[in-house]
Design a binder for this molecule. Structure first.
Ligand code: GDD
Ligand code: MG
Length: 360
């Protein structure tokens, strides 16, 4: 089976993490997000993946290559201007011949794709949409179904006054090739605002596949951190640690005997953790990080090559690649893009967002 992954969005809500890193390459437990998705698709016997890209395409191709490391074949298609979620699928039509999958490129989920495809076939659907329950449907595509699970209405980003259910579009679809004929070529078209409502209004068989498996749209820094808390806390079937106390350490790390590490924690390769350091899980330390004497990192995600001086405190924060936090600085409730320098003694408190390269 083939799958199209939509990775062409600008990811503005995830800035500054995604100012110069594609959202699809943001590390989740030290592994780029798309690699998790590729492995999930491979488990469900997907053989070919088409990446519909627009923004920051290079790093994705550099990392994933032809896909053979993950047991899949990858085709890269770059839109010269963003085509929207349906236009992007229409744009890769020549690679699609039979029933195929479409995935939003920012969803982390345990969804049982095999069962979803089976349901699609049993129902003779033209489209099957995965659903998940959420607390605030106004940030998503609301979906109303009848008792048999047939989709009666698709309403993207409803007002609270329009909310009739907590079930929303979970961003994974099984589509019959006939759907492609309902999308105008060479145009910007939204599958949520145009194609799905069109199919429903024309009485085409569109079905829902409700899922109670783990699901997270990592669209904002808060959700990115929550995804880590969830995975480290054991809420995903596939990606969690063996136990909430586990400390998973990479190769060639130097950890001083007086450092205290309380799981859940994932530490990458080539890290140096100094005397008296405290890592308090959930915490992720990327490859090549240095944590100086007496520093504390708690409930946070550090990307690669982050360097902390002495007595630095990082809490409830995400710190991207190559940042330097000098001695006695504090970073709390904050998000730092690549290459940020936090000067000695500086305090960044709740809500700070630092764009790449900044010195604060
Ligand atoms: N190739 C391409 N071209 N991809 C695009 C484009 C485009 O023009 N525009 C958006 N995408 C990709 C994004 O990169 C993302 O992976 C996916 O399409 C969805 O776009 P988002 O911008 O993340 O949408 P959203 O999160 O507001 O809402 C969508 O996801 C929700 C679930 O998380 C909708 O599908 C909602 O209905 C859904 O509930
Ligand atoms: Mg999204």
């Amino acid at each position: 089976m083939k799958a199209v992954i939509l990775v062409g969005g600008q990811a503005t809500r995830l800035r500054p993490l995604t100012t110069n890193t594609p959202k699809a390459m943001a590390p989740i437990l030290n592994t780029p997000f798309l690699e998790h998705v590729f492995r999930h698709l491979h488990r469900h016997r997907v053989s070919d993946i088409i990446l519909a890209q627009h923004h920051l395409a290079g790093p994705i191709e550099d990392y994933l290559g032809d896909g053979s490391r993950f047991g899949v074949r990858v085709t890269y298609v770059i839109e010269d201007s963003p085509r929207g979620t349906a236009g992007a699928i229409k744009n890769v039509e020549k690679y699609l011949d039979e029933t195929f999958l479409v995935l939003n490129g920012d969803i982390f989920t345990d969804l049982d794709i095999t069962a979803m495809v089976d349901l699609h076939r049993q129902r003779g659907a033209v489209a099957t949409i995965a659903l998940t329950p959420v607390e605030d449907p106004t940030a998503y595509g609301l979906i109303e179904t009848d008792v048999r699970g047939r989709v009666m209405r698709f309403l993207e980003k409803p007002d609270w006054s329009q909310v009739t259910t907590n079930m929303i579009n979970a961003g994974t679809y099984v589509l019959a090739p006939e759907v492609l004929a309902r999308i105008l070529p060479e145009q910007k078209v939204s599958i949520e605002r145009e194609t799905f409502p069109l199919l429903v209004d024309s009485d085409e068989p569109v079905y829902a596949y409700p899922s109670s498996g783990y699901w997270m749209d990592m669209g904002t820094p808060e959700k990115y951190l929550q995804l880590h808390r969830d995975l480290l806390g054991g809420r995903s079937t596939w990606h969690s640690l063996a136990s909430p106390e586990e400390v998973r350490t990479g190769e060639r790390c130097t950890i001083h005997p007086t450092a205290q590490i309380k799981g859940p924690a994932v530490i990458g390769d080539d890290c140096s953790i100094g005397p008296g350091v405290k890592l308090v899980g959930p915490v992720v330390v990327g490859g090549g990080c240095t944590i100086g004497e007496g520093s504390v990192v708690e409930d946070s995600v550090l990307w690669w090559q982050v360097s902390l001086g002495e007595r630095v405190v990082v809490k409830n924060s995400a710190v991207a690649n190559d940042c330097r936090l000098d001695s006695d600085s504090l970073v709390e409730g904050s998000v730092l893009g690549n290459n940020v320098t936090v000067a000695a003694g500086s305090r960044l408190e709740t809500g700070s967002r630092c764009e790449p390269g900044a010195t604060v």
